[in-house]
Design a protein around this ligand. Sequence first.
Ligand code: HAM
Length: 430
Amino acid sequence: MAWRTPYDSVRHMQKLQVVKGMHDVLPQEMPQWLQIEAAYRDVATRFGFGEIRTPVVESTDLFARGVGETTDIVQKEMYTFVDKGDKRLTMRPEGTASAARAYIQHGIGGQEPISKWIYAGPMFRRERPAKGRYRQFYQLGAEIFGAPGPYADAELIDMLVQFLAAVGVDNVAVELNSIGSGESRARYRQALIDYFEPHASKLSEDSQRRLRTNPLRVLDSKVPIDKEIAAGAPGVLTHLQPEDRAHFETLRELLEAFGLAVSINEGLVRGLDYYTRTVFEVKDKSGKLGAQDTICGGGRYDGLVELLGGSSVPAVGFAIGVERLLMSLPPFELASTLDVFLVVPQAALRNEGAKIARALRQSGLRVDADYRGGSMKSQMRRADKSGARFAVILGEDEHARGVVQLRNLKSKDTKELPVRDLAQYVESVA
Ligand code: HAM
């Protein structure tokens, strides 16, 4: 048998690619991601939110119970596996169930009456990849636990709108609905069954199943024939009982008082089972996102904490899809982050150059150099390309006198400076 080296298997291997439906965020894209996260934290801090990080992996049971057995997420889309200890685990498809689990586990309700949490991180759903639809995507989320009234809903929607304005999203619509709770829900459910039943045989297979398990979800179908039939379905708002109605009306009044434009969409039911009363979505109206135009979804989920084993704690929240948010934004101008690019043409002076770079970095400047060395001309070309504000040039003559040439790469002015004055000078020039 011929001798095989480990490299043979590498050579015969398929080209390694990122997993289908997942994507890399490269360094040139990262500044925009960081800017968006920073803006989110800034707005959330102004609204009194703290931040939580929960694990990416949770027990499968959490999502099965929390998100709902009848949802597409639980039935078709979860990345679930059995670990070496025979535990069924799932890569989180969303953040709300995890937040509620942490809220219960740490007894937060006993420590404070109201908790306001944001989170940022990757979520996993094995959906069919499409424009704006990934299998690993990022969410910026917010959850408020312990506040039953519509004021929390209004504050949350206000925070969302303020954040979107802060990052420059302008062409969006906020859609609002109430799917009621308790008695309202039971009555509406029956009204939907009564309406859909005579059309049942024409509905898609999924919708026929949903009609039995969760008739509200038939309204959420994207199948054309389902949509056509659903268009004639009775509206939810006329089925709301007095308390649900009062909640919805006060929320509308508050949003109006804030000057926030929202449109009522009675067909908005959301795809997760935990919602009660308020539901809302933000849709991109620029046309840039195609079919996946929902940037953010959220709503109230007053029963989830209790369903997961906690006490009866009302809650409301939302999550923004970062990839979709980015797609709706105008092109990002990448600004250079370098102050100084060091140019050292003589190989003999490279150690001196490295020492200067180190000292400048220690004094807080952002400094880079080209490890490869090379001619003055090629290093200057790299300095220009780096986008740095200044090139610091160290030649033999300068080294002998303890100075450097400082070239402003925008104005092209060059001046000579003692090495010890360099950091202060660069910092003083805006
Ligand atoms: P969701 O509507 O499933 O809600 O997701 C929220 C947002 O995440 C969507 O509006 C979308 O922007 C983004 N998103 C969802 N799936 C994908 C995907 N496959 N690819 C790219 N982006 C996606 C929730 O997750 C709830 N936990 C929101 C919530 C929080 N409700 C109450 N609190």
